[in-house]
Design a protein around this ligand. Structure first.
Ligand code: MF3
Ligand code: CO
Length: 252
């Protein structure tokens, strides 16, 4: 069941996602060598409550496992769902910050990947291409287009840069639940799949590996890493489809 959102619901989703966007900017400023991912998690949680919102990920159950933190922090070969710990970020690392809140019954969800200190050119290019793929995909979010149009633009952008798109994790509808229908893959063929309609709100989240697209899950049951140990990047925006085109709810 795909829930179409009213203009009023979209404004509440905007509020939730703007809180997410502003907190992600604060977190980005804090990223530096020596900072632990648990310190980032604590800051995210404090700012969430200051904004009269609740963490969306803490306590979230996926495949029978309970996620323990407010933030997901995925370092280097970690793709998504890295769990904050006392591990310190190091100069040259890249770190994915994936963050969600609930505000007035509606979810916000967005992610960025940032370099720590001085990052090498290939890591920078991976981050740039992943963000570019996200924005090119978002351009396709218009009434009458199909999910395959979005997917193929993302896949082509990533693969023509020599990187690969993760298959086993996908984006999703978002609203009164964090994960609603439909699933939103980042690979596929144009002119295929669901036809997009005004009122749909989708979280688009390309996960891009510098090497192959295969994934492994670490012993903690959450952290997804690249099978070949290559670097990975992840960007995510929650976007409403409106008469005027895509409305990026998680952008300041
Ligand atoms: N942005 C991620 C997603 O959409 C966050 C989920 S982490 C979890 O899947 F802990 F909440 F599962
Ligand atoms: Co998401």
């Amino acid at each position: 069941m795909i829930f179409l959102k009213s203009a009023r619901e979209i404004e509440t989703l905007r509020h939730a996602n703007l809180i997410v966007a502003e907190i992600l900017q604060e977190l980005r400023q804090k990223v530096a060598p020596g900072v632990t991912t648990l310190e980032l998690d604590a800051l995210a949680e404090e700012l969430t409550y200051k904004n009269n919102a609740q963490p969306a990920f803490k306590g979230y159950v996926m495949a029978g496992r309970v996620y323990p933190c407010t933030l997901c922090t995925s370092i280097n070969e970690e793709i998504v769902h890295g769990i904050p710990s006392d591990r310190q970020l190091r100069d040259g690392d890249i770190v994915g910050l994936d963050f969600g809140v609930i505000y007035d019954g509606f979810y916000g969800d967005s992610a960025i990947t940032v370099g720590v200190g001085k990052v090498d050119d290939e890591a920078k290019r991976l981050i740039q291409v992943t963000e570019e793929a996200l924005y090119k995909g978002i351009e396709q979010l218009r009434e009458g287009k199909r999910l395959g149009d979005l997917a193929s633009v993302i896949q082509t952008t990533v693969e023509s840069a020599g990187f690969s798109v993760v298959r086993v994790f996908v984006g999703h509808g978002i609203g009164k639940k964090l994960h609603e229908e439909p699933p939103v893959p980042n690979y596929g063929d144009p002119d295929r799949g669901l036809r997009l309609k005004e009122g749909m709100v989708l979280a688009i989240e390309p996960m891009v590996n510098a090497g192959g697209y295969e994934v492994e899950i670490k012993e903690d049951g959450w952290t997804a890493v690249t099978k070949d140990g290559s670097l990975a990047a992840h960007f995510e925006h929650s976007v409403a489809i409106t008469k005027k085109g895509p409305y990026i709810l998680s952008k300041i």
